[in-house]
Design a binder for this molecule. Structure first.
Ligand code: GLC
Length: 437
């Protein structure tokens, strides 16, 4: 924005030389001066998965232009687990190095005390957003973050390949395994020895917690810890879910999946080397990009049910914007947050980058639905997504998740039997809970 302001005074000088416009020039340069006198620099940390950084930068630039302030965009590690560690370090030091933080939907309970209450800046606009997310972001009666975009796990499939093998999108995990096996065999016979049936997030990190929660919940096995804080994971349905996934790696999923986060899975699917992929909606827009080998060949449905009696479920993800309590410019930082989370910005991001809005009305917007048809078709998947137990376990959530993703990773890798896994996990969770959540 500094360049914007100097550009203004420059053109003002040019007008002055024409003599007749001298008065206008004085006015203009006066305006530029008053803007620069009040202008401040705020910093924002943005994610960089896929197109995130680009979309953040564009939104930030528009706000800077509108207000005359400058914004420094700080990119953060792609993996949410690493980003949390970085934020905890920065916030614990009490410095205002980052004014606005992009935070994961699972963090308000962990980091909320370091953020200001946005209620005095929001002017009630939070009422337009999905209520469960606003509730999630309200800690001790304080609105510690505004919703930016929501997420739910979905199943991507290759439309052309389902047609080729006369299959329809799988309704259960059992169908998915059978279909993936058939397509993989066929494509390998046809000469693509790099082809795999199914890719997902199998690395030991928060992303695996999301995938594994979907497996367990789809079989009716719950969300590890219930709303009252009871540990529920040791149950036959969770064992059934783990049993299903124990057969994936090395068969329809590459060994490498044990080290895949979102972008690695997308890399394989988008280059045309997988029939199915579990991922978040952001992969839609990239998969249909001009340079994508699978452009126009992708379908998206809800994730499969765990057996006929199970349910289709996606984990609730998403990102919020919060203002650090240590910010030297809380009013400007809050204004930036309100701008970026506004309906106009969410619409731009939905159309261009397939980021799910958190404002219900945008799911009825024709331009949004044309760009991302499954926002309409899967509306229920987004609004009924299963939440990780971050609210109830509060500051212990990261430990809970850590125990879960390690267990799931061991099951995938064949190091732990499904029936032992739930027993072991239950006892670890009990230890974490020892003195209450
Ligand atoms: C996505 C989700 C986020 C989740 C992360 C895990 O970014 O929006 O909530 O924690 O994936 O990798």
């Amino acid at each position: 924005m500094t360049s914007e302001i100097s550009h203004q005074s420059h053109s003002a000088r040019r007008i002055a030389s024409s003599g007749a416009a001298a008065a206008a020039a004085v006015l203009l340069s006066g305006l530029a001066l008053s803007v620069s006198a009040q202008a401040v620099e705020v910093s924002i940390s943005c994610g960089a998965v896929g197109q995130e950084l680009k979309f953040c930068q564009e939104g930030v630039d528009a706000w800077a232009k509108k207000t005359g302030n400058t914004v420094k965009v700080i990119s953060t590690p792609n993996e949410t687990t690493e980003r949390l560690a970085l934020y905890q370090q920065i916030l614990a030091s009490g410095t205002g190095d980052i004014d606005v933080m992009q935070i994961d939907v699972i963090w308000p309970g962990i980091l909320g005390n370091h953020f200001i209450d946005l209620k005095s800046y929001s002017k009630g606009v939070e009422a337009d957003h999905f209520k469960p997310i606003i509730d999630n972001n309200t800690v001790g009666g304080r609105l510690v973050a505004m919703p930016w975009f929501t997420d739910a796990g979905v199943l991507y499939y290759r439309k052309d390949l389902l047609e080729k093998y006369a299959l329809k999108a799988p309704a259960t995990w059992e169908d998915l395994i059978a279909d993936a096996t058939k397509i993989q065999e066929g494509e390998r016979k046809a000469g693509n020895d790099k082809f795999w049936g199914f890719v997902f997030q199998g690395k030991a990190y928060e992303g695996l917690t999301c995938d594994a929660l979907e497996w367990v919940d789809s079989y009716g096995g719950g969300a590890l810890v219930d709303d009252k804080g009871n540990i529920t994971v040791n149950n036959p349905k969770a064992i059934a879910a783990f049993t299903m996934v124990a057969s994936l790696v090395g068969k329809i999923s590459p060994d490498g999946v044990l080290n895949y986060a979102e972008e690695e899975a997308r890399g394989v699917f988008q280059s045309g080397n997988a029939a199915f992929m579990r991922n978040w909606p952001y992969a839609w827009s990239l998969g249909n990009g001009a340079d994508s080998p699978v452009k126009d060949k992708i379908g998206v449905v809800a994730l499969p049910k765990g057996g006929d009696a199970g349910k289709a479920t996606g984990s609730l993800g998403g990102w919020e914007l919060a203002v650090s309590k240590y910010s030297k410019h809380p009013a400007e930082a809050a204004d930036l947050v309100m701008y970026l989370t506004s309906k106009e910005e969410q619409k731009r991001r939905a159309i261009g980058g397939s980021y799910n809005p958190t404002i219900a009305a945008l799911y009825k917007d024709q331009e949004v639905l044309t760009a991302v048809p499954f926002f309409g078709a899967l509306y229920d998947t987004f609004t009924n997504a299963v939440a990780r137990p971050s609210k109830v376990t509060g500051t212990n959530y990261n430990k809970v998740s850590n125990a879960f993703w390690n267990t799931a990773h061991d099951v995938l890798a064949g190091k732990l039997k499904p029936a032992d896994a739930v027993v072991q996990l239950e006892s670890e969770l009990k230890k974490i809970k020892r003195s209450g959540w």
